[in-house]
Design a protein around this ligand. Structure first.
Ligand code: MG
Length: 264
């Protein structure tokens, strides 16, 4: 990443002088490097310090929008109750101005249990693969398995899920990190961005400039929810509608540094 990238991002912020900042970040691959074990990712002290510095300001609101669940995010980020956390791709949201839980989470529970039970019976055939039942998703973890084993496990996961998908009880979501089943509701990270922003606007009663940074295909929904003049920042080299781009979490940390400095 060149300094030019940081400069153009700061210029977008300066163009909206006086606006409250709403800074929203995906977690895996954005604030932290993607690691092979889903348990390994934790925010670095430096990133934590920078986010904290932004959170402490009255003219800035910070949030994390992730496929992980809120309880998991809270542990990994330790950002305190004034930060927004949107988990399960936005199906659950908690923050200083409100809480949201999508009703489809409860509707999908029985289906998740049925599929998880079946798949777990067959896991001995797929070393390194794990199934995790979350509140709002059923996740197949294959990053720790050989590529061939992972591919076969995903095929079998889809086979077992097929009748439920056909009955519109769950939908498959294949992201960069997670391969999972979600409730079939038409709800995504873009809806979460809208929801959080409307709470912040209501509370602040002033214009809000939103920055959203993310690396995954699911983050495109969030980019699409942004307004003109907002900052959509893609992390990595994936094709994206986002006009701003950094190479990885280390570069995003430089952007955070620049934002901290820009308001001191
Ligand atoms: Mg990500």
């Amino acid at each position: 990443m060149t300094d030019e990238t940081i400069f153009t991002i700061l210029r977008a912020f300066r163009a909206r002088a006086g606006a409250h900042w709403l800074l929203l970040f995906d977690f895996d691959g954005t604030l932290v490097d993607v690691v092979t074990s889903p348990d390994g990712a934790k925010i670095s002290d430096t990133t934590h310090g920078l986010l904290d510095a932004l959170i402490e300001r009255d003219d800035c609101t910070v949030g994390i929008v992730s496929g992980r669940e809120i309880s998991d995010l809270r542990q990994r980020t330790a950002l305190g109750s004034t930060a927004w956390l949107a988990g399960a791709h936005g199906f659950e949201i908690e923050g200083p101005d409100g809480t949201f839980v999508h009703p489809a989470i409860d509707d999908a529970r029985e289906t998740f249990i049925a599929i998880a039970t079946q798949v777990r019976k067959e896991l001995h055939r797929f070393p390194g693969v794990a199934v995790e039942r979350k509140r709002a998703a059923l996740v197949l973890h294959t990053l720790a398995a050989d590529a061939g084993v992972g591919a076969r496990a995903r095929e079998r996961f889809i086979e077992v899920s097929q009748p439920y998908m056909a009955a519109d009880k769950v939908r498959l979501h294949a992201g960069r990190v997670a391969f999972e089943l979600l409730a079939p509701a038409n709800w995504n990270k873009g809806n979460a961005v809208h929801w959080i922003r409307s709470q912040v606007v209501a509370r602040r009663g002033q214009p809000v400039l939103t920055l959203y940074a993310g690396d995954d295909v699911t983050d495109e929904d969030a980019f699409g929810a942004l307004d003109e003049g907002d900052v959509a920042l893609v992390v990595g080299d994936r094709p994206s509608q986002a006009p701003f781009r950094v190479r990885g979490p280390a570069d995003l940390q430089r952007v955070l540094h620049a934002l901290v400095d820009a308001r001191t």
